[in-house]
Each structure stands twice: as structure tokens, then as C-alpha cells.
Design a protein around this ligand. Structure first.
Ligand SMILES: [Zn+2]
Length: 72
């Protein structure tokens, strides 16, 4: 993993996303917990609901494309 890629992942971990939470049954702010895997088209993340702390998997398709652009 090169420095640019690491920087990108750290930025991802610092960000939050509005995602539907199964426990809250509504859109809640989710914090990035962990990067599970980086694929060519998407980044697989563990996201934690900031309301109930439920953790869910999330595929960030935009970040995959962004990472692809950054590499080129
Ligand atoms: Zn929740």
C-alpha cells in the first residue's frame, strides 16, 4: 500500500456517512470503523451507527472510483 492510498483510507476513516440503520429504522450518521477490503471498484467498510452503535458492512462505490482516478 503506497502513501497516497494510505492517506485516502485515513480520510475515509475520518469521514461519516448518512446510511439507513436497521436498529434505528431511519437514516443515521455512521462513522467509519474499519476498512475491510479495497477492491478495484469499491471500498468495503465497517460502519458504526452513531446513535445505537450497530455495526454494518458498507460498500463505498464512489471511493473505489476516486481511488482509481487517484492512481491514474
Ligand atoms: Zn442505529
Amino acid at each position: 500500500m503506497d502513501a497516497e492510498e494510505l492517506e485516502f483510507l485515513e480520510a475515509q476513516l475520518a469521514a461519516t456517512e448518512l446510511l439507513p440503520c436497521r436498529e434505528c429504522r431511519q437514516l443515521t450518521l455512521h462513522a467509519h470503523r474499519e476498512v475491510v477490503g479495497v477492491r478495484a471498484v469499491a471500498t468495503e467498510l465497517l460502519m458504526e451507527c452513531t446513535h445505537c452503535q450497530a455495526v454494518r458492512h458498507w460498500l463505498d462505490w464512489n471511493s473505489g472510483q476516486l481511488a482509481h482516478h487517484q492512481r491514474n
